[in-house]
Design a protein around this ligand. Structure first.
Ligand code: PAF
Length: 285
């Protein structure tokens, strides 16, 4: 596996592969790889001749400095996993490479980014769109893979790619879960053992929501069962429950008339070192 640390090195690698007639799949990550990321790599491998992964903890998408500082960095272990999974090259730039002195251009979806999680994490999706646009432009891949777990992120990136005529095709890959149902996340390692146990409440609340929806329940009833389930867990601090129209992320009420997306978030741990976890479910009409 080739390790590229500069834009030039990655571009040269991709040019070589494209000259051979190979298709290229891109898997952007911030490292601390778990099975969720590896399922993106597997999807990319099944659809492309060569897969490029990227590892970059993108400072512009973090709100709190402590969240950025505490983000796990496990480069050697990540590279070993990527190599074992058959990744052809990994791009590991530093901050100066991605944001050279004087960089001032941002990319923002003005609607989708400024609702839902975007309201509790101002600027987050602008940081994501900016860095993903850079990665798309550097890699020139045919396909790119993102987890469905970050539901709003996936919709934001799809919209950004569509609006800017990005030639790379964006694919969503289903969420991979721990045995008890907790969605895999790089943040899970930061949970104290008791919080790790308690965090299962997120997927439990979504399972209950699905039951209510299957019985023809209203959005309000789905919302209520999620809130009651999470609020019954003393270690969880509910941050948000959003039930939206799947494609547009528009708020809905009453009995759903189309596919719905449910996004939830809760914090665990002490106030000065909280771990924000998110989960999501799409329920077809
Ligand atoms: O989902 C992530 O890990 C990040 O938001 C991404 C897409 C790699 C951009 O930094």
């Amino acid at each position: 596996m080739e390790v590229c640390r500069t834009v030039g090195a990655l571009r040269a690698f991709v040019a070589e592969r494209k000259a051979l007639g190979h298709s290229v799949g891109l898997v952007p990550t911030m490292g601390a790889l778990h099975q969720g990321h590896m399922s993106l790599v597997a999807a990319a491998r099944s659809q492309n001749d060569d897969v490029i992964a990227t590892i970059f903890v993108n400072p512009t998408q973090f709100g709190q400095q402590s969240d950025l500082d505490n983000y796990p960095r496990t480069e050697a272990a990540d590279c070993a996993k990527l190599e074992a999974a058959g990744v052809a090259a990994v791009f590991i730039p530093n901050v100066e490479e991605m944001y050279p002195a004087g960089a001032e251009t941002i990319v923002e979806t003005t609607g989708l980014a400024n609702m839902l999680h975007g309201l509790v994490r101002p600027g987050h999706f602008r940081g994501v769109c900016t860095v993903v646009t850079k990665l798309f432009n550097i890699a020139g891949a045919d396909n790119a893979y993102f987890g469905e777990k970050d539901y709003q992120q996936l919709q934001v990136i799809r919209r950004m790619a569509r609006d800017l005529f990005v030639p790379t095709r964006v694919h969503g890959v289903p969420t991979v879960r721990e045995a008890d149902g907790l969605a895999m996340s790089s943040r899970n390692v930061r949970l104290a053992p008791e919080d790790r146990k308690a965090a299962v409440v997120l997927s439990q609340s979504l399972a209950k929501a699905e039951e209510v929806a299957a019985q023809g329940g209203t959005v309000e009833a789905i919302d209520a069962v999620i809130r009651a389930t999470i609020n019954a867990e003393p270690r969880a601090r509910l941050v948000g429950v959003d039930i939206v129209e799947a494609l547009t992320l528009a708020p809905i009420a009453g009995i759903p008339q189309s596919d719905i997306g449910i996004m939830i978030s809760a914090e665990f741990g002490p106030e000065d070192n909280t771990v924000l976890l998110i989960d999501q479910r799409e329920i077809a009409k």
